[in-house]
Design a protein around this ligand. Structure first.
Ligand code: URA
Length: 250
């Protein structure tokens, strides 16, 4: 898919999300929240569903949880515009309740199509409901900070999935905020590993495509804190053949 085709596909999905009446969540929404970000990114963050502020603005993660997410990204030298941010459900559940299984199922084709268009190298799940989409049966307390290869049926045809706590949970519990800082520090290494994997470079853990299968939930070593480490120059292999812009690894 060319860059223009990718943009057009994402815009088409966003328009369909805004018009969607497939589940009861459309009844209470002010604005649907399709997701936003760099259409040429290699990294997609998937949250749970819009909250009060997101419903008003039609944009993901613009409230307090979004503030923490931006802070976490900043701790590795990234900005929210460098990545794509979306949710499992695109309309706000009433009173911020958890999304119901039938609501997640009704919205799933939108997320799958977004991932097909973006073809990310890394999918970062935020919270239990997002994790459940990509790591069925896993427990967040056990798998946060670990990777597993994405099931291509999710739409992410050749990606590593990396699980994190939901920023709202991290806001409530200082220990989870510390874990989240540790976890996000691992994401640049996960991105590099996925780039190598997609390029067919043999992996120490044997997870190159066609090689021996990667063990589920592989822990990834944390990079040193951004401030303490010398920046590594941008990696030259573009994720998308027609895309020269790159996330810089720190
Ligand atoms: N929480 C989410 O899961 N997604 C948002 O967009 C905002 C808060």
């Amino acid at each position: 898919m060319t860059r223009d085709e990718r943009r057009a596909a994402l815009e088409q999905i966003a328009n369909e999300v805004r018009a969607c009446t497939a589940c009861r969540l459309h009844e209470g929404r002010t604005r649907a929240v399709p997701g936003e970000g760099d259409p040429d990114t290699e990294v997609v963050f998937v949250g749970e569903g819009p909250g009060f502020n997101e419903d008003r603005e039609g944009r993901p993660f613009v409230g307090r949880a979004g503030g923490l997410l931006v802070g976490l990204l900043g701790s590795i030298g990234w900005q929210r515009d460098d990545v794509f941010i979306t949710n499992v459900v695109k309309c706000r559940p009433p009173d911020n309740r958890d999304p119901e299984p039938d609501e997640i199922a009704a919205c799933a084709p939108f997320l799958r199509r977004q991932l097909e268009a973006l073809d990310p190298a890394v999918v970062v799940t935020l919270g239990r409901y997002s994790m459940g989409t990509f790591m069925p049966g896993a427990r967040i307390g056990q798998v946060h900070g670990t990777t597993t290869p994405a099931d291509p049926a999710t739409g992410a045809r050749d990606a590593l999935v990396f699980a994190m706590y939901h920023p709202a949970a991290a806001l409530r519990t200082p220990a989870l905020e510390r874990d989240s800082l540790d976890d996000i520090a691992r994401v640049p290494a996960v991105l590099q590993r996925s780039r190598d994997r997609r390029a067919g470079t043999p992996q120490p853990g044997g997870d190159a495509p066609g090689g021996s299968p990667i063990a589920d939930h592989v822990p990834t070593p944390a990079a040193p804190p951004a401030a303490a480490s010398a920046p590594v120059p941008p990696v030259e292999s573009p994720a998308h053949p027609d895309d020269a812009s790159q996330l810089t690894l720190f």
